[in-house]
Design a protein around this ligand. Sequence first.
Ligand code: ZN
Ligand code: ZN
Length: 426
Amino acid sequence: MKLLYIVIDGLGDLPISELKGETPLGFAETPNLDELAGRGKLGLMYTVGKGIAPESDVAVISILGYDPSKYHVGRGPLEAFGAGLDMKDGDLALRCNFATLGANRRIIDRRVGRSLTTEEATELSKAINREVKLESFPAEFDFKNTLGHRAVLVIKSKDVPLSAEITNTDPAYERVEGMGVAKAKFEMILKEAVPLEDTEGARRAAALVNEFTEKSHEVLDGHEINRRREAEGKLKANVILSRDAGNKVPKFFNISERYGVRFACLADMPVERGISRLAGMHLVDLPPPTKDVRADSAIRIRKLMENYGSFDCFYIHIKGPDEPGHDGDYRRKVEIIEQIDKFFFGALLSKIDLEENLICVTADHSTPCILKAHSDDPVPLLIAGGKVKPDGINRFSEEACKKGSLGVLSKGSNLIPLLMKIMREK
Ligand code: ZN
Ligand code: ZN
């Protein structure tokens, strides 16, 4: 028996009057997911807990079976590990964005208008690593771009361990009890990192981040890639915004050893890959996602089949519906869900034998279009295949899941143990 654990990012939603009071999933035509629902059990799940609207990192930690209150150490280290950078306790890891800076520290665009290519970002990162030298305190750094405008920074102090208790330079996020939280309102001004505690480690961390920000700005602003972008009427990628500092290596138990199975991860975003790497999963190489769900799905199905014989459990993270949720674009969310159903689940069901595979489909959190943000609403949950006895509900939606025999899971961290138990049932 194999487990295909498929997480659809931000799938959950709330009823929308323009969709006849349905959610995007309820409104979408999803014959393949409906078939799976008809052959399985349904339920709902609070991915972290009732009352908590989680960021993806916290949610994914939870739905992979780790209590986030125990295991979450901040997004910076998770992204660093996902990008393939190493760090030790006392190094400072930060999530970064390439952004566009104008006069008087004004930020013109926090993501360079989403137009920076990974190739351009790679060239700019090389220039930063080559030309920036940190001198305010004895330290080195590693800077690495990941997808598009996204990047990570690890600063390694040569003597005093660095503290993560510093503010973000990215004005869009604040730190609440060590977790990154998106601000509803903010001024588009480049912030200085400020120590949040009276320690040498925090003072040095803030000073080094500010020095990095300033020096990398000088390198970027005059770089020929930016001169060319400017000549073409594009935004310059001339500043690095940082946030979600962390200074500890997360210590997850090894998921494969814990359950006596071999886990592999098919996820394309750095944070999900970082968590999976720290959980001890094998990371299957994937190209970055594009706007083409058909092509992306075909690659993922091909990679799954190539690795199918070598592993027992596959954690497959599909990014699609979260972004239209944030944009409040419910039509687009419906469309992406329909494409995932057709191109991913349609192809999957034609390739595998459901009796030999346990399939779980769920989400890391809800991203309701009417809220344009993550919420604590429970996500739909479907478990089908193997020896699972069907509930007899031939529809996959939040509404249908309410009637399912799995009920409401109060904590996402209970799901993996449940799946492992079902997998072993003879
Ligand atoms: Zn997410
Ligand atoms: Zn999101």
